[in-house]
Write a protein that binds this ligand. Structure first.
Ligand SMILES: [Zn+2]
Length: 225
């Protein structure tokens, strides 16, 4: 796709960020993102991604009924380039699942749905304490394969939960814009606002996926395309 003059004007602040050009913005506008979050946590991430010009956003908000129409109208006003959908479960064919896990409903939905995602990458954000972010590439397992208590029952909300979610959103933008390696897996752990990242061995994730039952392996990902 090619950016219109209106789109260049709208996204000019991020297009002029070094390394972020028109091609990266075009990739964002073509990207398919799903956000899984509890209803009280979904808005900041949605506004951020819509403002950044992610073209296709599907919201999976467990237990929510009423807010969909109102939210769709608000996002249309914020950025008419964005196509917003609501779904009861994570779509199988997307580029990235952004899973913000802070309460029992989002945790249960992630547990139930993470095996459904065939082609895309996942960023799982635990915004309870201790906060952590797992970046899982396409074809390299699910949160259960990663371990590190990603699917444990949520504890108290982390003190810097909004900041952690923002760090994760930036990681998501870099992946979708093609500015980060698509095959890199990492766990980012927070001690307050201080973060340390360690790479996750993708080979181990793929081995775990083979026995996990999620079938999130490179073979199944490519077979579904
Ligand atoms: Zn798995």
């Amino acid at each position: 796709m090619t950016l219109s003059d209106r789109q260049i004007e709208r996204y000019s602040r991020q297009i002029i960020v070094p390394g972020f050009g028109g091609a990266a913005q075009e990739r964002l506008l073509a990207a398919r993102l799903a956000i899984l979050a509890d209803s009280n946590e979904v808005e900041p991430a949605l506004s951020y991604f819509a403002g950044a010009g992610i073209g296709h956003i599907t919201l999976v908000v467990p237990g929510e009924r009423a807010a969909a129409a109102e939210r769709a109208a608000r996002i249309r006003d914020l950025n008419s380039d964005v196509v917003l959908a609501h779904a009861a479960s994570v779509p199988a064919e997307i580029d990235l699942l952004f899973a913000l896990v802070g309460g029992p409903e989002s945790r249960a939905a992630l547990d139930a749905d993470s095996g459904r995602l065939r082609s895309g990458a996942m960023i799982v954000i635990r915004i309870d304490a201790p906060a952590r972010i797992a970046v899982i590439p396409a074809g390299a397992g699910c949160p259960r394969c990663v371990g590190d208590a990603l699917l444990d029952p949520p504890r108290a909300r982390a003190e810097h939960a909004e900041f952690v979610a923002m760090v994760a959103a930036i990681e998501a933008l870099k992946l979708l814009a093609g500015l980060a390696a698509a095959n890199a897996a990492a766990l980012i752990e927070f001690d307050g606002p201080a973060a340390s990242a360690r790479p996750l061995p993708v080979r181990n994730l793929i081995a775990a996926a083979a026995v996990c039952g999620c079938r999130r392996t490179a073979a199944s990902a490519s077979a579904s395309r």
